[in-house]
Design a protein around this ligand. Sequence first.
Ligand SMILES: C[S@@+](CC[C@H](N)C(=O)[O-])C[C@H]1O[C@@H](n2cnc3c(N)ncnc32)[C@H](O)[C@@H]1O
Ligand SMILES: Nc1nc2[nH]cc(C(=O)O)c2c(=O)[nH]1
Ligand code: SF4
Ligand SMILES: [Mg+2]
Length: 210
Amino acid sequence: MTYSVKEMFLTLQGEGVNAGARAVFVRFAGCNLWSGREQDRASAICRFCDTDFVGTDGLGGGKFADAAALVAAVEGFWGAAAERRFVVLTGGEPMLQVDDALVAALHGRGFRIAIESNGTLAAHPGIDWVCISPKAGSAVVQRSGDELKLVWPQTGIDPVALEDWDFAHHLLQPLDDPQAAANQAACIDMVMARPRWRLSLQTHKMLGLR
Ligand SMILES: C[S@@+](CC[C@H](N)C(=O)[O-])C[C@H]1O[C@@H](n2cnc3c(N)ncnc32)[C@H](O)[C@@H]1O
Ligand SMILES: Nc1nc2[nH]cc(C(=O)O)c2c(=O)[nH]1
Ligand code: SF4
Ligand SMILES: [Mg+2]
């Protein structure tokens, strides 16, 4: 199938348990919880998105005719080195496009595959690191994985109710909005009160990385 990719880049994973790891990011175009148009934000299910995922016009983006073409581009960003090949599939909502052919082709070139997903679609079973970030008002079907990364505070979600979801790590990531400082304080308070959770910071934003 043809994959629509907004942008692709080599950076450090900024968030979550893998923060600091060198990774190729593939940002798929499109999401099922917001059109991506500002005029639709107030009526969207997910209203706090910090990302432009509309179209295929970003750096490294485009339409890739098949999995082999997409993986060749990923490999181009990574370079020849064989050690610890790591790709993060994000978006937009990557599970709208990730399929058997892409997972097999990435594994065939030695990549460990992580996904950043809103959890409303089942994660592909071949993915090596599943990060799910639930959104209030959506039906989360993927309730197991490697890390649950809740953007917090978020009206309509109680973190305590997510503590028994089957994830190896439960993370709170401060909502990046004009109240960022208060949001960070709220996350710290929650982690101090409930040690199941730990703090995830968007370190790429602090470092000026993509
Ligand atoms: C842009 S989303 C793409 C992947 C997928 N659609 C999702 O929501 O998980 C990547 C990550 O950024 C987080 N995120 C989006 N907007 C944010 C914001 N304003 N502050 C903090 N994290 C945010 C999401 O919750 C998710 O963990
Ligand atoms: N460096 C970096 N780390 C990230 N972790 C999750 C991201 C995302 O937008 O999915 C992201 C991103 O956009 N950049
Ligand atoms: S689900 Fe993810 S990509 Fe979609 S609007 Fe929300 S944060 Fe953005
Ligand atoms: Mg991001």
